[in-house]
Design a protein around this ligand. Structure first.
Ligand code: G3H
Ligand code: 13P
Ligand code: ZN
Length: 311
């Protein structure tokens, strides 16, 4: 089976009131952990690659790893560019075999966002590739995604119909209070998402797939494990899983998770090395990292996203 588009995945997810997990990949163990979990759950899955991942692992390695995962699992897998910042990177991924790209024009004005998004959609659709756009800005700091808290802004529902009809995007990422990274809320702050905005967006775009970025839950037990074995992470607050379940039951068809995978892999590797100070074969500690990814992705698919059995 070749790479698949997200089109059919989203149609089924919308109808079925569940969401597809979009997990970021950077190396072989991460690809294996995620896709082994999806296989065990018989779930469709989206593997996504950021500009930073492409720089770290190189485009061709990532493509071949994902092709290998399809051969091993036989699952419907989409390969998606996460946060493409301009036409050039989107074109490189479309030409280079991805089945889906995101053009993140959210840092631009409304008109400039429409212009660059439409340029990507025209090129992508001519090549059979689907496109995710973004309206509204998430806070949070990643390598390539850097929006300060003051600059973050919720999506304005009054803009979504015009954005979607003028650009022709296939799905839309919106900002309702999630953010990238492990520190989504200030210590002591109660997590809150603007479900009223999601509701209004879906009322204006019936049947249209919405994407939620910044959806890691940052499980406390992993932060504790990191800190127990030599780390020093400050208190971190993520998105409660109950809120993700609610989003998945609404118009949200794609839920992006990266930080949770980083965190549980790091916790497992730290624990392994602390408990086995004599180990120096990377396969020993990376296998534990891969197991940790498989376990957390199974949990997300089965208990949060609801996509078990939907492959
Ligand atoms: O949204 C950003 C993703 O978590 C990717 O992060 O740019 O550090 O690879 P990265
Ligand atoms: P997290 O940092 O919450 O995992 O979000 C990942 C993401 O949105 C990737 O695009
Ligand atoms: Zn994101």
């Amino acid at each position: 089976m070749p790479l698949v588009s997200t089109k059919e995945m989203f149609e089924k997810a919308y109808q079925g009131g569940y969401a597809i997990g979009a997990f970021n990949v950077n190396n072989m163990e991460i690809v294996q952990g995620i896709t082994e979990a999806a296989k065990l759950e018989n779930s469709p899955v989206i593997l996504q690659v950021s500009a930073g991942a492409r720089k770290y692992a190189k485009h061709n390695y990532l493509i071949k790893l994902v092709e290998a995962a399809i051969l091993e699992t036989g699952l419907p897998i989409a390969l998606h560019l996460d946060h493409g910042e301009d036409f050039e990177i989107c074109k490189a991924c479309i030409d280079g075999g991805f089945s889906s790209v995101m053009i993140d024009g959210s840092k631009h004005s409304f008109e400039e966002n429409i212009a660059v998004t439409k340029q990507v959609v025209d090129y992508a659709h001519a090549h059979g590739v689907v496109v995710e756009g973004e309206l509204g800005k998430l806070a949070g700091i990643e390598d390539a995604v850097n929006v300060s808290e003051e600059d973050a802004q919720f999506t304005n529902p009054a803009e979504v119909e015009e954005f979607v009809s003028r650009t022709g995007v296939d799905s839309l990422a919106i900002a309702i209070g999630t953010s990238h990274g492990a520190y989504k809320f200030k210590p002591g702050q109660k997590p809150r998402l603007r479900f009223d905005i999601l509701e209004e967006v879906s009322r204006r775009l019936p049947g249209f797939p919405i994407v939620l970025h910044g959806a890691s839950s940052v499980p406390q037990e992993y932060v504790q494990t990191v800190n127990q074995y030599g780390g020093s992470m400050p208190d971190a607050i993520g998105i409660p899983e109950e809120m993700l379940r609610q989003a998945a039951s609404m118009a949200v068809c794609k839920i992006n998770i990266d930080s949770d995978l980083r965190l549980c892999m790091t916790a497992a590797v730290r624990k392994h090395l602390a408990e086995h100070p004599d180990h120096f074969d990377p396969r020993q500690y990376l296998a534990d990292g891969r197991d940790a990814i498989r376990n957390i992705v199974r949990h997300k698919i089965h208990d949060v996203l609801g996509s078990t059995g939907k492959a």
